[in-house]
Design a protein around this ligand. Structure first.
Ligand SMILES: Cc1cc2nc3c(=O)[nH]c(=O)nc-3n(C[C@H](O)[C@H](O)[C@H](O)COP(=O)(O)OP(=O)(O)OC[C@H]3O[C@@H](n4cnc5c(N)ncnc54)[C@H](O)[C@@H]3O)c2cc1C
Length: 373
């Protein structure tokens, strides 16, 4: 049983179904739906789409190709760097729909919309309580994969250590029409920064760009809207990106956001539940690798679980193996991304970082590599 049908959950379902396992998935929202995300897709995503046989269909959705990266701090020092791989940008509503459809076509039973509200272990199975339009339904499963994203009611139900933590991090996303931006749609992802905030901008189609920012109230003492205001005031390149003052338009656009994002350590196995994607750990969004990690961890969990069944591994052996493989694949990039985020969220650090990137392009290339596989 997989809880959550985002990139992590759907990828796990596709991989398990491909290996002949019986899979069910519970997803809270009706698709297509938008979520908070900068919508940059790194090469891990495209590799996985190819292995799932979805690459042509993905290209037919006309994602924007992203080949270059630019970091622009308050000082404005900015150089464009090749990513070293071909990235893309596409609305999450389209990407997530593509993946969940594939999971369904391979035989995954998807209960949707249905929200898991609690879960407990009873002997050797899990009893899962789910809120649906018909009321509360109960499901039972021997193996559970948690793919429900970065924060959830389930974390409390499982008594996860960080469930009551308060952090100052908030994220917000808008889809803005290209008319709001100066210049033509292009193949660059730009990150603008100021004290306690950074904002990524990339086109997701010919007509729209994603504007997505992370703000840390612990640094700037500002709510997200005022933090964006301050970014506009202090970072002239960000201000000049817009054809006119963006704030009056932004307040009329749909907003996707959340507060209290927790980047700290979490256990990747919790009470026997295999966590994947953001439920296992949230990578700093500056790296633009969260979706890649979600998909890779879904594939990893599917591989470890099917191998365990084939080789009759004990639960303890399987859990140890998953933790080890997960650490090998992800720990380094999570640590590097968090360090870089600390720099970007600090005016002085951002300005120094911008200058270093300009002067040492090879260092930038290495940093991009270290934040992904
Ligand atoms: C500000 C910001 C910008 C980002 N930008 C990028 C970027 O540009 N590129 C990138 O690669 N990554 C980015 N990320 C990270 C990326 O969004 C996540 O890493 C990715 O969405 C994780 O996928 P997931 O499947 O684990 O979780 P999610 O995408 O959150 O999916 C979880 C799913 O579970 C469902 N669900 C939740 N609770 C329940 C429940 N109780 N019962 C049933 N279903 C449930 C939800 O409806 C959802 O569909 C960004 C993150 C932030 C915060």
């Amino acid at each position: 049983m997989i809880i959550g049908g985002g990139p992590a959950g759907s990828s796990a379902a596709i991989s398990l179904a491909n290996k002949g396992m019986t899979v069910a998935m519970i997803e809270k929202k009706t698709f297509p739906r938008e979520v908070l995300c900068g919508e940059f897709l790194s090469h891990e995503v495209t590799s996985a789409l190819k292995s799932f046989g979805l690459y042509d269909e993905f290209l037919s959705l006309k994602p924007n190709r992203v080949t270059h990266f630019r970091f622009i701090p308050e000082s404005g020092s900015a150089a464009t760097h090749p990513l070293g791989f071909e990235g893309f940008a596409l609305k999450r509503s389209l990407l997530d729909q593509l993946l969940i459809r594939k999971a369904k076509s391979l035989g995954t039973t998807v209960v949707q919309p249905a929200e898991v509200v609690s879960m407990r272990r009873v002997n050797n199975f899990y009893e899962i309580l789910c809120k649906t339009s018909k009321g509360i339904e109960t499901y039972a499963a021997y193996t559970v994969i948690g793919a429900y994203g970065r924060q959830n009611i389930i974390d409390k139900s499982l008594q996860r250590s960080f469930a009551s933590s308060r952090t100052g991090y908030s994220g917000i996303k808008y889809h803005v029409p290209k008319e709001m931006l100066n210049g033509a749609a292009d193949n660059e992802i730009r990150i603008f920064s100021s004290n306690g905030i950074y904002c990524g901008v990339n086109y997701v189609s010919d007509a729209e760009a994603t504007l997505c920012f992370l703000s840390d109230k612990g640094i700037n003492q500002l709510d997200p809207k005022n933090a964006l205001n301050e970014l506009l005031e202090k970072n002239s390149a960000f201000r000049e990106l817009f054809t006119h003052d963006p704030l009056p338009t932004l307040v009329k656009l749909p907003v996707y956001g959340t507060g209290n994002i927790f980047f700290g350590k979490r256990s990747v196995i919790e009470n026997g539940v295999f966590m994947i994607g953001d439920a296992a750990r949230v990578i700093a969004p500056l790296a633009g690798d969260g979706i890649g990690m979600a998909i890779e961890s879904g594939i990893l969990a599917a591989t470890v679980l099917t191998e365990a069944k084939k080789n009759k591994r004990s639960a303890a052996e399987t859990e140890t193996l998953y933790k080890k493989e997960w650490n090998n694949l992800f720990l380094k990039r999570i640590r590097v991304a968090l360090r870089l985020q600390q720099f970007a969220l600090n005016s002085r650090g951002g300005n120094i970082g911008g200058r270093l990137m300009q002067r040492f392009p090879l260092l930038t290339e290495k940093l991009i590599q270290w934040t992904r596989r």
